[in-house]
Design a protein around this ligand. Structure first.
Ligand code: FDA
Length: 303
């Protein structure tokens, strides 16, 4: 309910304009976004690497409406891959299919993703295809399955909010596709997704255990300390080596926990978004935690 209200409020042009152009809005964005330029994202990457934490770089953007923009995004990702390789930082990339043209034409999108994967393969870099709203779930899984016939450096994301996810997880485990497990950031209808957080969390714990047992280098992507503790305990009890999985968290959230886990010898990767198209990403972070609104208010009062 709160998530719904927050996301629809964020659609209002006046709020979007305030957040994008008022210094307070931009200050809030900087808590969750590394910066607008790749240089800034690389600085953040080096800082995290120095703390023993690896990175997944996300060039922000989604739902592009024309082919040129989608091709420009693919070119931007190629440049990012070249920088990761040239500077030898510990990083991979996360991409969104709608940023690479899925809404425009699926063949165009496939060609753009293949171009990114080819460059990533040259540099031996892994590419994660983020999961967007449920309108894209099947198309994302189909495209990833198709690309895996040609590329072994691609994996994707499953959301435990969706009822369908246990079936999808089985298919990805069987095809040895790397899975990042998340709760799900999008507003979904009750016909497709659990309405109560307790059910999403319960499904998360169940599926993360399946992944730890049988998955291919799974990524447990959450800031939920109870679930993280469960994963550590489960791996310990079942003698699943720490090198066989990683924890992932978002830039700007629970830095203390990121550093503690890395200090304890777990693999930790932080998702670092950058670019000028940060507004939709920021609204999802706000909707996840209404307390973040206080952060907006206090920044606004600071002028
Ligand atoms: P939960 O929402 O229960 O939060 C647990 C605790 O984490 C909170 O109590 C709070 O302390 C902290 N926290 C969580 N969100 C916060 C916020 N916004 N601000 C401040 N503190 C916060 N989703 C998706 O649909 N597709 C995707 O591809 C991805 N990709 C992705 C990558 C990575 C690396 C992560 C960590 C997450 C995603 N997500 C995602 C987002 C995910 O679906 C989910 O919305 C967020 O991770 C928040 O849920 P938690 O699991 O942290 O739990």
């Amino acid at each position: 309910m709160i998530k719904e209200a927050m996301l629809s409020l964020a659609q209002q042009q006046s709020i979007k304009h305030f957040m994008m152009f008022h210094p307070a809005g931009r200050r809030v964005a900087r808590r969750f976004v590394a910066g607008e330029a790749l240089d800034e994202a690389m600085d953040v990457t080096r800082t995290l690497n120095a703390r023993g934490i690896s990175v997944s770089l996300d060039h922000l953007g989604e739902n592009v409406g024309d082919a040129e923009e989608a091709q420009a995004t693919a070119a931007e990702y190629a440049a990012t891959l070249d920088r990761i390789h040239a500077e030898q930082v510990e990083a991979n990339i996360s991409i969104k299919l709608t940023a690479l043209g899925l809404d425009v034409d699926s063949d165009l999108c496939r060609a753009n993703v293949a171009q990114v994967l080819k460059r990533a393969r040259q540099h031996r870099i892994f590419v994660r295809v983020d999961m967007e709203g449920s309108a894209y779930t099947q198309r994302t899984l189909d495209l990833v399955a198709d690309l895996r016939c040609e590329f072994d450096n691609v994996g994707t994301v499953l959301q435990t909010s969706l009822y369908r996810t246990p079936r999808d997880l089985e298919a990805l485990i069987a095809s040895r596709t790397r899975v990042r497990l998340v709760k799900g950031a999008y507003l979904e209808p009750v016909t497709l997704a659990y309405a109560h957080k307790a059910d999403v969390d319960e499904q998360y714990v169940r599926l993360l255990r399946e992944l730890l047992e049988r998955g291919t280098y799974p990524a447990i992507a959450t800031h939920d300390e109870r679930i993280i503790t469960d994963a550590c305990d489960y791996a310990g009890r079942h003698e699943i080596a720490r090198a066989r999985f990683e924890f992932q968290m978002l830039y700007g959230i629970r830095r203390d926990l990121q550093e503690r886990l890395a200090g304890e010898g777990y693999n930790v990767r932080v998702y670092v978004p950058y670019g000028t198209q940060w507004y939709p990403y920021l609204t999802r972070r706000m909707a996840e935690r209404p307390a973040n609104l206080m952060f907006v208010v206090s920044n606004t009062l600071r002028g």
